[in-house]
Design a protein around this ligand. Structure first.
Ligand code: SF4
Length: 308
């Protein structure tokens, strides 16, 4: 499914997701990835879906939802959105819909001029800065072999200098991997240099690609926040669980499949929605029996994810 949601987002309001990358194609295979391990590792841009198809499906969904229901059209796919060589064309086509465009990127291709030019067309961009140390980067983001961290970080800095929209950074902290004080100070220095409108510190809250991936302790998190703030970076920690205001149409199976393909959904959130709509909860079991969705327990809570 190319278009999913809208999904409530703390940072983007009601965000209509655009899935411009087939599962799961990425230049990284982050240990905490909620989509699972990367099985198509790439660092070369190529064509995936036709811009006309992406436009048609997005415009149709925007029309179905009606005016004012979507705050952002967000490229937040089953992989890295800048791998799509047509990203700039998609954005050009979508602009006339009059809704702001957001892209959440791992920044790994920002050293490429064409990827940078494509992203410059958007209104809001989030770049991932999980590590500034080569060994830590390899451990947490597990990049494609041809990528070089210094080029990636320089690309993000160069992009930041030219971008006229709202730029934010996101740093996912994983216990014992990238949350020690020295490394956090180095990350903060780099982010200071990039000068984002805001730096978000995130922690894994949904089932990660690998077992043994945990949130940092509350103390380590508070310390990370302090380190960032001391550098004068406007910082926010996103520690919370997902909100429970997903938009579901009458076709609950379609909606659940589309949202859970990129965004594992907590069981209690789904049950609440089903109850509100007087839909029998057996629909979840039927989807699981048909192997359309898988369930996972993470930190004591059950989540459902599309089986891709
Ligand atoms: S978290 Fe993002 S960058 Fe990392 S593997 Fe998943 S899709 Fe790729």
């Amino acid at each position: 499914m190319i278009v999913f949601g809208p999904v409530p987002s703390r940072r983007l309001g009601q965000s209509l997701g655009i899935n411009n990358i087939p599962p799961k194609t990425c230049s990284y295979s982050c240990v905490y990835c909620q989509i699972g391990r990367t099985n198509h590792m790439k660092a070369k841009r190529c064509e995936f879906y036709k811009p006309e198809d992406i436009y048609a499906q997005t415009a149709q969904r925007v029309n179905e939802l009606g005016k004012g229901r979507v705050d952002y059209l967000s490229f937040v796919p089953d992989g890295e959105p800048t791998l799509d060589i047509n990203l700039g064309r998609h954005i050009n086509l979508l602009k006339p819909l009059g809704i702001k465009i957001a892209v959440i990127t791992n920044a790994s291709l920002l050293w490429m001029d064409d990827a940078k030019e494509d992203l410059l067309k958007s209104d809001w961009v989030s770049v991932k800065i999980d590590a500034v140390n080569h060994d830590v980067w390899k451990k947490i983001d597990r990049p494609q072999g041809s990528l070089a961290l210094n080029k990636v970080l320089q690309g993000a800095t160069d992009f930041a200098q030219r971008f006229e929209g709202e730029l934010v950074t996101e740093t996912m902290l994983v216990n014992g991997v990238n949350d020690d004080e020295t490394h956090l100070a180095q990350i903060a220095n780099r982010i200071k240099h990039i000068n984002p409108a805001k730096a978000y510190i995130l922690v894994p809250t949904r089932p990660p690609a690998e077992t043994g991936v945990f949130k940092p302790s509350a103390k380590a998190l508070a310390h990370a926040y302090e380190i960032f703030c001391e550098k004068g970076i406007k910082t926010e920690c996103v520690l919370g669980e997902e909100e429970d205001s997903f938009y579901f149409s009458d076709d609950i199976v379609r909606d659940l499949l589309s949202i859970s393909s990129v965004h594992p959904v907590r069981e209690d959130v789904i049950l609440k929605l089903l109850e509100e709509r007087n839909i029998d909860r057996s629909v979840i079991k039927q989807m699981a029996d048909k192997k359309l969705i898988d369930s996972y327990i993470y930190e004591g809570k059950r989540f459902y994810k599309r089986n891709i």
